[in-house]
Design a protein around this ligand. Structure first.
Ligand code: ADP
Length: 241
């Protein structure tokens, strides 16, 4: 009974969090609509400014709904083992290409490190792309201008916790790092170290929760190491067979 109660509580917390996250941009939108109908009706510069804010808030809601849908899809498939053969090297390259413009705008360089061998394993290619994008995007977002973000692919002959051969993907940034007290909770939905900073960067607080679920579905491990003032490494270790 207590486990059931706990699940019920988690579900209520989740619904409350989602409602709160949606209500904030919605309240802003309603407020600006009101202003545009009244005080700012004939003020063209004010109108342009308010529309820009409304656009940003609507995009925030859009991202939130996108991440919620993606989380629920991943959860629904969590017990279905992926069988397609996927080449991680190609996925890393394309994730980097996608994020590069954003990284360049922030003065961050992304580097890929991998030897010449194949990095092929059974995986869901869209979901792996999402893992890579979430981790690399975070490294860019929370890294610092002028710093390097490294994505490293390595073969692991035998991972002790997986008890099998594996491939490790490690995304390293040289940002501010994360206080160790936060590490165990970082993959919880909506858990953020600094809510203001996350919002400012367009974060939904769901990225790492999605990563964790995808890694679980792939029977892998997700590890976070971080040193305050130095940076962080987010590693995904996936069994190859
Ligand atoms: P968000 O959308 O807020 O980025 P995530 O689930 O991706 O949500 O990450 C949760 C929190 O973990 C972030 O709000 C941030 O505080 C912290 N975090 C994630 N990646 C990093 C990183 N590379 N460096 C420092 N903090 C990070």
């Amino acid at each position: 009974i207590s486990e059931l109660e706990q699940m019920g509580q988690m579900r209520r917390d989740f619904v409350a969090n989602v409602s709160h996250e949606l209500r904030t941009p919605l309240t802003a939108l309603l407020g600006f609509i009101e202003t545009l109908r009244g005080a700012a009706k004939d003020d063209a510069p004010a109108r342009a400014r308010f529309l820009a804010i409304m656009h940003r808030e609507a995009e925030r809601m859009n991202r939130l709904v996108r991440d919620l849908l993606s989380l629920s899809r991943v959860e629904a498939e969590e017990r279905v083992r992926p069988t397609n053969s996927v080449d991680l090297r190609a996925l890393v390259a394309s994730a980097i290409t996608t994020i590069r413009p954003m990284a360049e705008a922030m003065g961050v360089t992304i580097e890929k490190i991998a030897d010449d061998s194949d990095f092929i394993l059974p995986a869901d290619s869209d979901q792996m792309t999402q893992v890579l994008q979430n981790l690399i995007e975070n490294a860019v977002k929370y890294g610092l201008p002028g710093k390097l973000v490294t994505v490293r692919l390595t073969h692991v002959t035998r991972d002790p916790s997986l008890r099998s051969a594996a491939i490790s993907i490690a995304v390293t940034d040289h940002g501010d790092g994360i206080d160790p007290v936060h590490l165990p909770r970082l993959t919880e939905r909506f858990y953020r170290v600094d809510t203001h900073r996350s919002r400012e960067k367009g974060g939904t607080g769901l990225g790492l929760a999605i990563v964790k679920h995808i890694v679980n579905r792939h029977r892998g491990r997700f590890r976070i190491e971080s040193t305050l003032g130095k940076g962080s490494t987010f590693s995904v270790i996936l069994p190859t067979g």
